[in-house]
Structure formats: structure tokens, C-alpha cells
Design a protein around this ligand. Structure first.
Ligand SMILES: *Cc1c(COP(=O)(O)O)cnc(C)c1O
Length: 386
């Protein structure tokens, strides 16, 4: 029998990190001491109070059965309290929250609820890949919103052609941004909320890095903007905030019909999050002060890497928030050739910007997911490279 892939995955964009991965494995095999600044996965363990909550919950047979589709009411209440405490946004836990098996799951499933074949989805480039794959799976048409340095890595909504606006149903925004690290100013969020209302377009905000910031000001939630809760859904993740990437837990909050639409898709695809993990999620959300400790760790790394790269003479394009640093590649090189050079000659792994879409070309992304000592070692290897 000849097994043939469906068109929807046959035509996915090629996996651009494959060559880097291959080289990385080869270097490791040859015994090179590689420093991996490529992965967006916290290196620190999940905090103890969260692990304890899981261990307690798992002993209770009540949590061994199928969970509810939308999530434990207790978890949704904790999510609503989080929104109130952190952002002063009022959320009804019964109708305006859905729990997610990681926010990636919700982001990828969202188009199934609202996108018909041929509908347009507005997607930032560079951007998180599930915005595009989720769109393509439904037969929707991705329309690229370039995030350019000269526009401070914000999309130019006024440049979108009228015929595209007419067919568009959904726009993705993501701040603090992966991969550029940019934080959205209030004025941009106000503009995108007006844009959603005016054009009848759902606004989807991805705030996975909302707790990782360096200045005195906490990044905004889109839902803090007047009128946002009529057009928007926001994806929150416990992954980066609480070092919980492996646990698979997040939630979406926002406009009740959008939440219900996403919830309806989920009742047909999955059966919710293991309740013990939700109990651990409640423990995490109820102790937001813990994030101060995490920020301190990243702050030290952030200062170390950005000062070091600048001293060497590199051109840092943006290093505002999240645990990424977005850096322009030296003249004459592409993202991929520069990333290869760092790996081959210095044993340092970074992510080539073009892996996040065509407007990522010309940049590489450093992740602050290694200790200061390793960052210092990377910097000393980079000295004199320019
Ligand atoms: C890591 C990340 C997420 C979070 O994914 P989870 O599924 O919650 O682990 C969401 N959006 C972006 C842009 C990310 O980088």
C-alpha cells in the first residue's frame, strides 16, 4: 500500500532548523562543548510549591477520571483572579475562560472554530509557527504582517489592502514578542482593538512572555484596553511564567463567544487537562510573587549577554522583554550562514531568524536559557569574530 500524506501537511513550509539540528548532533558526537542558546525552554526546574500541589492532588482518586472539557472551575477561577490581580481585568470564570493543554494547543485550534476555507488570517512575520500551521490546516489563507525594525517590530495595520481586510476574520498579535522580544505600547493595542471593531476581525493576543520583562513597567494585557473584551481572546501560558513547559497547561480568556467556539472544538478533539496538573496550575497562579525570583534570574543573564554582545560590536536589534535577544547578523551573511558559522567555529547554537518567517531574515535569536557562566563562556568565544 502506498501511504500518501494529506495536502494540508504535504504543503507545510519546510522545517528550517533541520540542518542546524543535524550539525548540532554532529558537533556533540565529536565531543565539542556546545552552548545551546537556541531553545526557548526554561532551564530551571518547576518551583517546589507547584510540584507539591501535584503530588497531593494525584493521590486523590477524584482526579483520576476524565476531566471536564473546559477545565476545573477552580482552575478557571484562579485564572480569573490572576487577570484581576495582574491586569485589573474582570473575567467571568464560567463563560470567559477555557483551560488549554498548553497555549499552543489553543492557538492551533482557534482557526477551526472561526475560519472557513478561503478566509484570511493576519499573521506577523517573524512569528510563532502555529499561527500559520493552524491557519493552513483549516484551508484559511495566511496574510503576512511584516514586523520591521524601522516600525519598531509592530505591524503596519494601515498598509493592509482593502480586499484583504474584507476577507480577514482573525489577526494574531504576540507581545512580548517571540522572536523579536518587543513589547507593545498601549497605543498599538488601542489601534488593534479599534481595527478589530471596525473591520469585524477577531483579535487573538498571545502573552506567553507577559511575566518576563526587565524595565519597571509590566507589559500590558490586550484586555486592559477599553472595548478589547468585545473582540479579543488572549492566550496565557504557565510554561514560561512558572518553568512548566513539560506540564502542558495554559488558558485563554476573553470574549465569551470566542471562548465558547474554541471550547466546542476542544470537546471534539481532546478531553481536557489531567486534573492533578490543573490543581498544580492553581497553586502556581495563586503565588504570582514567585515570578519576581524568576525575573531576577533572567535579568542577570539579560544584562550579561546584551552588554557582552554590544562590547564585541554586534548590532542588537531589540532586547526589551521575554527571554530572547534579537540580533542583526553581520553584513554579508544570512541568518542561516551566520548561525552555521557560530555552530561550526564556536560551538554556539542560536536560532536563525528566517525560521520564523521571511521577515526574520537578517537576524538571529539568542535565548537566555543558560546560566551566566555559560553566557560568559559564549561571549569569550565570540570575541574578535567581527
Ligand atoms: C512558548 C510559547 C508559547 C507557549 O506554548 P505552550 O503551549 O503554552 O507551552 C506560546 N506562544 C509563543 C509565542 C511561545 O513562544
Amino acid at each position: 500500500m502506498k501511504i500518501e500524506l494529506a495536502d494540508r501537511i504535504k504543503h507545510l513550509p519546510p522545517y528550517l532548523f533541520a540542518e542546524i539540528d543535524r550539525l548540532k548532533q554532529e558537533q556533540i558526537r565529536r565531543g565539542v562543548d556546545t552552548i545551546d542558546l537556541g531553545v526557548g525552554d526554561p532551564d530551571q526546574p518547576t518551583p517546589d510549591h507547584i510540584i507539591k500541589a501535584l503530588c497531593e492532588a494525584v493521590k486523590n482518586p477524584r482526579h483520576h477520571r476524565y476531566p471536564s472539557y473546559v477545565g476545573l472551575l477552580g482552575f478557571r477561577e484562579a485564572a480569573a483572579q490572576w487577570m484581576k490581580r495582574r491586569y485589573n481585568v474582570s473575567i467571568n470564570p464560567a463563560t470567559e475562560v477555557v483551560s488549554l493543554i498548553g497555549s499552543k494547543e489553543g492557538i492551533a485550534n482557534l482557526p477551526y472554530a472561526f475560519i472557513n476555507p478561503g478566509d484570511v488570517v493576519l499573521i506577523p512575520s517573524p512569528g510563532y509557527p502555529p499561527y500559520t500551521s493552524g491557519t493552513l490546516f483549516t484551508g484559511g489563507k495566511p496574510y503576512c504582517l511584516p514586523l520591521k525594525r524601522e516600525n519598531s517590530f509592530l505591524p503596519d495595520l494601515k498598509a493592509i489592502p482593502k480586499d484583504i481586510l474584507k476577507r480577514a476574520k482573525l489577526i494574531h498579535v504576540n507581545y512580548p514578542n517571540n522572536p523579536t522580544s518587543k513589547v507593545a505600547p498601549r497605543s498599538f493595542y488601542e489601534e488593534v482593538v479599534r481595527f478589530g471593531h471596525k473591520n469585524n476581525i477577531i483579535v487573538s493576543s498571545d502573552i506567553a512572555y507577559g511575566e518576563i520583562y526587565y524595565g519597571p513597567e509590566r507589559p500590558l494585557s490586550l484586555l486592559e484596553i477599553d472595548g478589547a473584551k468585545d473582540v479579543a481572546i488572549e492566550f496565557h501560558s504557565l510554561s514560561k511564567t512558572f518553568n512548566m513547559t513539560g506540564w502542558r497547561i495554559g488558558f485563554a480568556v476573553g470574549q465569551a463567544d470566542i471562548i465558547a467556539g474554541l471550547g466546542k472544538i476542544k470537546t471534539n478533539i481532546d478531553s481536557g487537562i489531567f486534573e492533578s496538573v490543573q490543581m498544580a496550575g492553581i497553586a502556581a497562579l495563586q503565588k504570582p510573587a514567585w515570578t519576581d525570583l524568576m525575573r531576577k534570574v533572567y535579568q542577570e543573564r539579560h544584562t550579561c549577554l546584551t552588554t557582552g554582545l554590544k562590547k564585541i560590536g554586534f548590532d542588537i536589534a531589540c532586547a526589551e522583554a521575554s527571554f530572547y535577544v534579537w540580533m542583526a547578523v553581520p553584513r554579508g551573511l544570512t541568518s542561516a550562514t551566520f548561525a552555521m558559522k557560530l555552530l561550526k567555529e564556536k560551538g554556539i547554537i542560536v536560532t536563525p531568524g528566517n525560521g520564523f518567517g521571511e521577515y526574520g531574515e537578517g537576524y538571529v535569536r539568542f535565548a537566555l536559557t543558560q546560566e551566566v557562566k555559560r553566557l560568559e563562556e559564549a561571549l569569550s568565544r565570540l570575541k574578535g569574530i567581527l
